[in-house]
Design a protein around this ligand. Structure first.
Ligand SMILES: *Cc1c(COP(=O)(O)O)cnc(C)c1O
Length: 416
């Protein structure tokens, strides 16, 4: 990265812009819960934080204690693979935040997505998956589920209650993600869940974009909610982690499924996620404000065709977002007007505050050019290059100055 620009100078060049109105209440309950959940101060000599507990073998003092550890849901008795105090602290915190019965941690977000599906499906089942699903989840479905004789059908993320026509007697899972990966379509989760539950299908939701604070999956009929904790929960781009939370109906399946596969995450990464949780509400408010500010400012730039951000009043998903969500995170899409490859190079060469890289949810801003995402049902019509923007915790005006100067240079490069 080049030397940082002089921030105050840049700020002086920018006319003040008003923020688009944000929802009055983000998730005030979250602030208090995040400070107190998942702690066991008395068990650790008064330490505020549950420490990193390392361990495989957990010794018993007597044969009687050993026997007493064989709980019905823990046939192997106490063992590191079933979790330590660090694991339990994180899982209980997430279960409380999501409002589910219980949670289980996975070594990555993708592992949480795939194991949530594997927990419920059986040979010969049919699963419905949103056409706007996270790309690696789509690949898992096409490669692994298909090879297991599980029929995968993609549905239009805007389908709502009309998903009824797609549901069959052997439909076992409806996998939703809202807003959609890269294209940010907002789904009517309650309407979809209502139809799915006419049969015995489980509704699994990838709830990473909103985090547990800005969307309550269980109040909208979801059975299993998945978080790529790598994103906002860890929040600092320094660990990979996933977590899945179930309602009472789905929990026995989810727990057994994870145990059958032997999935565990390391205590250091879980500790980082617990630590990230403490500031989640504060960070999200800032990600939201800056994201909305940038999205709003970008939507009137001459090099921009469209901004894909459900908190903007003109967005096609805005009405459902405003009805169902408590807030927006800092991740949104940007469709540029047609632009030459050379102009794109100029844009990215100019950017000093936006990193080019995968993942998101850290404190730092990112801008990522993405290939046209795979779609089966709902073809995408993109006017020009698609970018995914993550608004970090930097000063919003500095980010706008940086990005708009890149866009101006790219626009000029194409001779406009
Ligand atoms: C990043 C991401 C995942 C996967 O998380 P990893 O920790 O990278 O495996 C899953 N779903 C969504 C929506 C994501 O953005």
């Amino acid at each position: 990265m080049n030397a940082l620009p002089a921030m105050t100078e840049m700020n002086a060049l920018i006319p003040p812009r008003s923020l688009t109105a944000l929802p009055a209440s983000h998730a005030p309950w979250g602030d208090t819960m995040l400070a107190h959940t998942g702690r066991a101060t008395d068990a650790f000599g008064g330490l505020v934080n549950t420490p990193v507990c390392r361990g495989s073998t957990i010794l018993s003092n007597s044969l009687e204690e050993w026997e007493s550890r064989k709980q019905p849901n823990n046939p192997m008795a106490s063992y590191g693979r079933f979790g330590t105090a660090t694991t339990k602290a994180f899982e209980s915190a997430i279960a409380e935040l999501e409002g589910g019965a219980a949670s289980i941690v996975f070594p990555s977000g993708l592992a949480a997505c795939t194991h949530a599906i594997m927990a419920v499906v059986r040979h010969g089942d049919h699963v419905l998956i949103s056409d706007s699903v996270y790309g690696p989840t789509r690949q898992f479905a096409n490669r692994v589920l298909a090879a297991m004789n599980i029929e995968v059908e993609y549905y239009d993320p805007l389908v709502g209650g009309a998903i009824r026509e797609r549901i069959r007697p052997n439909t076992r899972a409806v996998y939703v993600e809202s807003p959609g990966s890269l294209t940010f379509e907002v789904q009517d989760i309650a309407a979809i869940a209502q139809e799915a539950h006419r049969g015995d299908a489980y509704v699994i939701m990838d709830n990473t974009w909103a985090s547990p604070l800005y969307f309550n999956p269980f109040a909208h009929g979801v059975d299993i909610s998945v978080q790529a904790a790598t994103k906002y929960i860890v929040g600092h781009s320094d660990a990979l982690l996933g977590v899945a939370t179930a309602n009472p109906r789905a929990w026995p399946l989810l727990q057994a499924g994870a145990q059958n596969f032997g999935q565990i995450a390391g205590p250091d990464d879980i500790y980082l996620a617990l630590r990230g949780l403490r500031t989640l509400a504060v960070r999200l408010r800032r990600h939201q404000e800056t994201g909305v500010f940038l999205a709003d400012a970008l939507s009137s730039h001459r090099a921009v065709a469209r901004v894909l951000h459900p908190a903007l009043p003109g967005d096609p998903g805005h009405a459902i977002w405003a009805r169902d969500f408590r807030g927006a995170s800092g991740l949104f899409g940007l469709v540029l007007k047609p632009m030459s490859a050379q102009a794109m190079s100029v844009l990215f060469a100019r950017l000093q505050l936006f990193g080019i890289g995968l993942s998101w949810g850290g404190y730092e801003s990112l801008a990522l050019p993405v290939d046209t995402p795979s779609r089966t049902i709902r073809p995408l019509h993109l006017e020009g290059p698609l970018l995914r923007i993550h608004a970090g915790l930097e000063c919003a005006q500095d980010l706008w100055a940086d990005f708009s100067s890149g866009l101006d240079a790219a626009w000029a490069c194409d001779g406009h």
